[in-house]
Design a protein around this ligand. Structure first.
Ligand code: IMP
Length: 440
């Protein structure tokens, strides 16, 4: 598998929370730019440095490395209050954040108070069976406005005259809908305007045309790492619709969401948990709604970074993962949280589905169908050793290595990186292609 450019794209191959933040942090040393291209503050990227744990929602995970440029691309929906708070929190902890290392696309869309209100109100109005279980960060309503055009406000609008009039008109329209459909309190225009007015100069140092910035960087031979958010099975087009997020989260979303040509996507590293989790509603074929699932949740500390919700847990699903690998043309895999599977006894991997008595040849993301599939499992021996201190692949117990190598066969891709704990040192880089890429 050859390299297509100097760049790399890191994406999640499941339902989000695969530990992408940690992997991005482990690899940023070899890159000049880290770029977010999809999603918004629904993401929660956790990076642990020493005893310090950082949770980033909008700021790219490269912010913790000196000299790395961090870009929030045009495809991201940005809640200005959340972004400024996040910057403040990082600064309070001694992280340097300035217009020199953080850049915000002037074409990114703004998440406003009425988007968050619409997200909450819309979910509550649905019957429980139809609820998506969103993060309530206003993501869906903001992307809806982006597609709708008339009701959208972009970062660049704030630096041109006329945004206050537009905001007034948009809020009037939203309030009419809130009152008529939800009987909800109106959004206060004066309050929203005052807050935004105060935020405009605070955001200004970061705002630029990030497309031009990235084009110049690539022309100058700089290396870019595109940081995916959410997971492939939450993709608005290819995920388990309607139980998905509202943006293109696979590697296919990079060109549009960052404003780079498709050839810039580069080497695609797909991140997988050694098991499956999902937060919110929607099908999870391998779900363990029992003590075993609870053990995975406890051992993996599987509670949401953004919402604190307990995550649903289940065995590794090779059918779904293979689909995600194909969607993004994944070159190599990172297997994360392998340590969590220790002391669990016999391990299972789902290798095919049955539906209505028939074998399903391929993964079909249709949610209604997926709700009805039965998983066919194969069993692998577990291990009882604590692997969280292993620093080389050869130090892993043979059962753990056999598990990793079985994933390689099932997904037909090499596993170049194995993570055995949250710390920077708990990262085993294994295969030559990834290693070679990093030494460049
Ligand atoms: P939304 O993106 O807030 O609209 O939520 C839509 C669905 O995606 C819900 O099931 C969320 O739980 C899920 N989701 C959104 N962002 C993430 C994430 O970063 N990790 C895991 N799940 C997410």
């Amino acid at each position: 598998m050859g390299m297509k450019s100097n760049n790399m794209t890191i994406i999640g191959l499941q339902w989000g929370d695969e530990g992408k933040g940690k992997i991005v942090d482990a690899l940023t040393g070899s890159f000049n730019y880290v770029v977010r291209y999809c999603g918004g503050a629904n993401a929660g990227h956790t990076v642990t440095v020493g005893d310090e744990k950082y949770s980033m929602h909008l700021v790219p995970s490269g912010i913790l490395r000196k000299g790395v440029h961090n870009v929030i691309g045009n495809g991201v929906v940005v809640d200005p209050g959340t972004l400024l708070e996040e910057i403040d929190l990082l600064r309070q902890r001694g992280v340097v954040v300035t217009g020199d290392n953080l850049h915000l696309s002037n074409r990114a869309h703004l998440v406003m108070a009425y988007h968050k209100a619409a997200d909450r109100l819309g979910e509550v109005k649905l019957s429980p069976g139809r609820r998506i279980g969103t993060t309530a960060r206003g993501i869906g309503p903001c992307y809806s406005d982006k597609a709708n055009r008339f009701t959208a406000i972009r970062v660049c609008d704030l630096y041109n005259p006329g945004w206050e009039e537009k905001l007034l008109a948009v809020i009037a329209e939203k309030n009419a809908v809130f009152a008529a459909i939800y009987g909800a309190e109106p959004i206060d225009f004066d309050g929203v305007r005052a807050e935004l007015k105060a935020q405009v100069p605070q955001l200004a140092p970061y705002v630029c045309d990030t497309r031009v910035m990235l084009a110049e960087a690539m022309a100058g031979g700089k290396r870019i790492l595109f940081e995916g958010a959410q997971g492939s099975l939450l993709d608005v087009d290819h995920g388990t619709y309607p139980f998905v997020t509202s943006s293109a989260v696979t590697a296919c979303g990079v060109p549009a969401g960052a404003g780079v040509p498709p050839s810039a996507v580069g080497y695609v590293l797909g991140v997988l948990k050694a098991y499956c989790t999902r937060v919110g509603a929607g099908p999870l074929p391998t779900e363990l709604d029992n003590d075993l699932g609870q053990r995975i949740r406890d051992r993996g500390r599987e509670y949401g970074t953004t919402t604190g919700r307990p995550r649903r847990c289940g065995w590794f699903d090779a059918v779904a993962a293979r689909y995600a690998v194909d969607l993004s043309g994944v070159d190599e895999l990172a297997v994360v949280l392998l340590d969590v599977l220790g002391t669990m006894g016999e391990l299972k991997i789902c290798t095919s589905y049955k539906c209505d008595g028939k074998d399903l040849a391929a993964f079909d993301p249709d949610a209604a169908r997926l709700q009805r599939v039965q998983c066919v499992y194969e069993s692998l021996p577990g291990w009882d050793e604590d692997i969280s201190t292993c620093t080389g692949y050869d130090q892993l117990p043979s059962a753990a290595r056999a598990y990793v190598e079985r994933l390689e066969v099932l997904l037909d891709r090499p596993v170049g990186l194995v993570s055995v704990g949250p710390g920077r040192a708990q990262t085993i880089i294994r295969k030559t292609s990834l290693k070679g890429l990093l030494q460049n």
